[in-house]
Write a protein that binds this ligand. Structure first.
Ligand SMILES: [Mg+2]
Length: 310
């Protein structure tokens, strides 16, 4: 096939412990891993939707892959004519795979903590930035206590769970505390209150997803796996002056390697949110090492990894 061909594999990964997200508890995720071949060049990509983010589901991506019958040109045309940002991102990874596979750099990684739990442990591992999940029942004392025990920078992520009064309180706190980098997604997606909070120190995550979403002059959290076509993303990034923070949505080694590569291209890098390893039952699909730096993998036989996914 002149435009190239592809195969795909659908896999399910179970969390060791059910994972609490902004839109409920998740005990397993479905992923679709793609292997493309174009004029002898092989590429890999991963469709990794995440609850609460407005992309296609793994089922919808698998259906598009089935219906294009292994014809990469047909699949690419289908994806560009519809809103399928997770599949578009996966195909971008396939296209850039040669560069992605050779990425062996190290990116500073924020340590993920739930409430006050884990602050000491993540700080002792050497993380200089922590990301703390906060909820409607938490007061700002939670963040103050963490900063008392940790010398670095704190990000606060509410996953859209606050009401406007609480969001205002946390925003004021973030502005008053130099060591709080930003407050992430305080209000639900589309909440009119964002205009009154202002963009200084307020980051969008669930509300952002792809560059063609609503404009925001504050920090944007980008999940490479959900961001749509990466060439379009990089063009947009080149024109944006506000910070961009990259974050994982629990990909296999293929999606992680690709996401880290995309993050490594950022002109003004901040710590990445890739402290997501060790959360699944042991299934052989995580291959990177965790810790205060997220590093690209060197020397993995990706063909073999692909075969072992079966
Ligand atoms: Mg978030």
């Amino acid at each position: 096939m002149r435009g190239g061909n592809y195969e795909f594999r659908r896999i399910r990964r179970r969390f060791r412990k059910a994972f609490v997200t902004g839109s409920g508890t998740v005990d397993a995720v479905d992923r679709v891993v793609i292997r493309t071949e174009t004029q002898g060049r092989v590429g890999f990509g991963e469709v990794a939707p995440w609850p609460g983010f407005p992309t296609e589901s793994a089922d919808e991506a698998a259906e598009a892959l089935r219906s294009a019958q292994g014809d990469l040109a047909r699949l690419t045309a289908k994806v560009s004519s519809r809103h399928m940002p997770a599949l578009a991102a996966a195909l971008s990874s396939c296209r850039h795979w040669r560069e992605i596979a050779s990425f062996t750099g190290a990116l500073e990684c924020a340590g993920l903590v739930a409430g006050g739990e884990g602050v000491h442990e993540r700080a002792a591992r050497g993380h200089r930035t922590l990301k703390m999940k906060i909820g409607p029942s938490d007061g700002t004392n939670l963040a103050r206590e963490a900063l008392d025990r940790f010398p670095g920078v704190l990000r606060l992520d509410a996953n859209g769970s606050l009401d406007l009064a609480a969001a205002r309180l946390w925003t004021e706190y973030a502005r008053s505390e130099m060591r709080v980098e930003f407050l992430e997604q305080p209000l639900p997606v589309g909440h009119a209150g964002y205009a009154s909070l202002g963009c200084e120190k307020v980051a969008l995550d669930e509300s952002f997803t792809t560059p063609d979403g609503p404009a925001w002059a504050g920090p944007a959290v980008v999940k490479p796996s959900l961001a749509g076509d990466w060439d379009a993303f990089l063009t947009w990034r080149g024109t944006r002056t506000a910070p961009v923070v990259y974050s994982s949505c629990f990909e296999t080694a293929i999606g992680r390697q690709a996401g880290l590569w995309l993050a490594s291209l950022d002109p003004a890098p901040l710590a990445v949110g890739f402290d997501t390893l060790g959360r699944f039952e042991l299934d052989g699909r995580d291959r990177h090492e965790g810790g205060p730096f997220a590093r690209g993998l060197s020397g993995l036989d990706w063909e073999r990894f692909w075969k072992e996914l079966a």
